[in-house]
Design a binder for this molecule. Structure first.
Ligand SMILES: Cc1ncc(C[n+]2csc(CCOP(=O)(O)OP(=O)(O)O)c2C)c(N)n1
Ligand SMILES: [Mg+2]
Length: 586
């Protein structure tokens, strides 16, 4: 029998620490906590069936609500199913509080059913692991359990954010011994009823540089040809701060589509949205080698940008407010372990009104505008389906407050190439922590569960098939989203890799290419989508934009299937790159 007052208090402490949403998957061992979460007036609980999908769904909720999300699952393989989402949350710094139910100590490692070793189940992918005691009525247990709740949420939320894992044993009978509706907000004094203070909380601050360090940095940025490379980052304060730094330094901002810099009402005059094209080797970029680069966020999505940095070997300053070491171009780098937005603001203030010589910045601006015009004209002249086409159409159709997700593989790369800078306040996201093609649809639908405005996703066919269970969640929770399914009948990204064109006698190339990499499946998804309660519409180059507009206003999951051809897609990508190279040639 679990102590009901303590179950209620534990959930109330989670709420007091900032949790507003929980995802629960069905199971028996987790019964006491499932009931306690369901009884909470402060936390909304959603029930999903498949733990792997539920983990990603929670991840999408956390990234969109900007709050920690609790995930509760039963013991055994159910807990293990959360692995992929935990890994992604760890690398992309997303706060998840994972609660796994377990058998009590006397039933472990002795053949009890559905019992596996859950100790440090997620290894170093969890920011923190601890096992809770049985929920009994001892005051020491109550103090311990209540303080763990606050500590778990605080650890998940801060510096860097990420997943934490609490393993919680329950002994049969698995029913609480009384009413569970604890207070919405707990009290530190006495039993968990009344009052308003959490049992254990922590106050933390942003990392900031000392004034002398900022002076030294500002002096460095006063001279030289510099660029700001804004990588994937969810911080909503960063776009305005980097725009201010760009204005003060005269540096262009090479804006990853996931940086937040491309979309929104901040000053976008120095935002370069076609850097993925501009940075490819050629006569234009040869003249635009920087001597200093300020980089924020995760590594850029664009391989051409990363390779360009590796080639030009500028002085590299990487600002990371969570004291990370993200630099995979293997360049010498100075890490600035301070909040990027605060640092950019402080530097802009010191630098003042902006540089005298603006030819560096205007050269970037002119090339970016030329590339944009060229790409827009090229796309307009194209009379067939193209995998990059959904992005400008979505940028034009989505309203303020919308969230646009791109799947891994080609969608996120096409997002990089084709999402134009716009003043529309669209949040753009992808799971770039571990670059998995798993959980993509679940993540976007979790985002849709908590976003007050439309959510759209562009996803490849293999990624879509990988995560069909996401549609079960959408049906259960009546979610709405636009899903542009780019169906090239297999893994289109591999067409861009050497294995697609290599001929190595005796090594299986080219004979094994389609079987091992192309992986055509011929599946008609319309039937599956309908069975799971979604709408399916086949679109082509001509109807795509119109159907996107219609779907955004329509209820339910709207799957717009855009059929493309992998070989043709490679040719079209090469064609547009050649056109841009010609358009920017000095
Ligand atoms: C979970 C996982 N499995 C495998 C991979 C390797 N992988 C990368 S891209 C890709 C193909 C994805 O195909 P699709 O979703 O149709 O996108 P496309 O390449 O056609 O754009 C695969 C299998 C991965 N990144 N993640
Ligand atoms: Mg594909």
């Amino acid at each position: 029998m679990s102590d009901a007052a303590l179950l209620g208090a534990f959930v109330a402490e989670l709420a007091a620490a900032g949790v507003r949403d929980a995802v629960v998957c069905p199971g028996s061992r987790s019964t006491p906590l499932a009931l306690a979460l369901a009884a909470s007036r402060a936390i909304t609980t959603r029930v999903l069936l498949d733990e792997r999908a539920a983990g990603f769904f929670a991840l999408g909720m956390a990234r969109t609500s900007r709050r920690p999300i609790v995930v509760l699952v039963t013991s055994g393989t159910a807990a293990m199913e959360l692995g992929p989402a935990v890994v992604e949350a760890s690398l992309s710094r997303v706060p998840l509080v994972i609660l796994t139910a377990n058998r009590p100590a006397e039933l472990r490692d002795r053949g009890a059913p559905q019992t596996i070793d859950q100790d440090h189940l997620f290894g170093r992918h969890a920011r923190w692991f601890t096992e809770l005691p049985l929920f009994d009525d001892d005051p020491a247990t109550a103090a311990h359990v209540r303080s763990i709740a606050g500590r778990a949420v605080t650890t998940a939320v801060g510096g860097p954010a990420g997943p934490v894992h609490l393993d919680i044993p329950f002994r049969e009978p698995l029913l609480p011994d009384g009413p569970l509706d604890g207070p919405a907000v707990p009290s530190a004094r006495g039993p968990a009823r009344g009052g308003a203070r959490p049992f254990a909380s922590a106050t933390a601050g942003l990392r900031r540089l000392e004034a002398a360090e900022l002076d030294r940095l500002a002096a460095r940025l006063r001279t030289g040809r510099g660029v700001i490379v804004a990588g994937p980052d969810d911080d909503p304060r960063l776009p305005a701060a980097l725009a201010g730094l760009a204005a003060a330094t005269g540096f262009p901002i090479l804006a990853d589509p996931l940086s937040g810099l491309r979309t929104g009402p901040h000053d976008r005059r120095r935002v370069i949205d076609r850097a993925d094209q501009l940075c490819r080797p050629g006569p234009w970029i040869e003249r635009y080698a920087p001597d200093v680069v300020i980089r924020t966020g995760a590594m850029p999505t664009s391989k051409p940008i990363v390779e360009w940095l590796a080639r030009t070997r500028p002085e590299l300053l990487v600002i990371d407010g969570d004291a990370g070491w993200r630099e995979s171009a293997l360049l010498p780098a100075s890490f600035i372990h301070a909040d990027p937005a605060a640092t950019a603001d402080a530097l802009a203030t010191r630098l003042g009104g902006g540089p005298a010589d603006t030819s560096w910045a205007s050269g970037w601006r002119a090339a970016d505008d030329a590339a944009s015009a060229c790409m827009t004209a090229w796309l307009r002249g194209l009379a067939e389906a193209f995998e990059g086409a959904p992005f400008p159409a979505l940028a034009a159709a989505l309203p303020d407050g919308a969230v646009l997700w791109a799947g891994n593989s080609m969608p996120v790369r096409d997002l990089d190439a084709w999402l134009p800078a716009t003043d529309r306040a669209i949040t753009v996201r992808a799971n770039r922590g571990a670059n998995g093609i798993d959980g993509v649809v679940s993540t976007a639908l979790g985002s849709a569960a908590v976003n007050g405005a439309p959510v759209a996703l562009v996803v490849g066919d293999l990624s879509f098939l990988h995560d069909l269970n996401a549609l079960v969640a959408a049906k259960l929770h009546r979610l709405s989203a636009t899903i542009v399914l780019v169906d090239n009948d297999g893994g289109g990204i591999f067409s861009f890799l050497p294995q697609a064109s290599a001929a190595i006698p005796g090594a299986g190339l080219p004979e094994q290419y389609e079987r091992l990499f192309g992986t055509p499946h011929g599946i008609e998804v319309a039937g599956v989508v309908h069975a799971l309660g979604g709408e399916h519409v086949a679109v082509d180059g001509g109807s795509l934009a119109r159907e996107i507009e219609r779907s955004i206003a329509a209820p339910g999951v709207q799957v717009l299937e855009l059929r493309t051809d992998r070989a043709r897609n490679l040719a079209l990508h090469r064609e547009v790159a050649a056109a841009v190279a010609a358009a920017i040639a000095p």
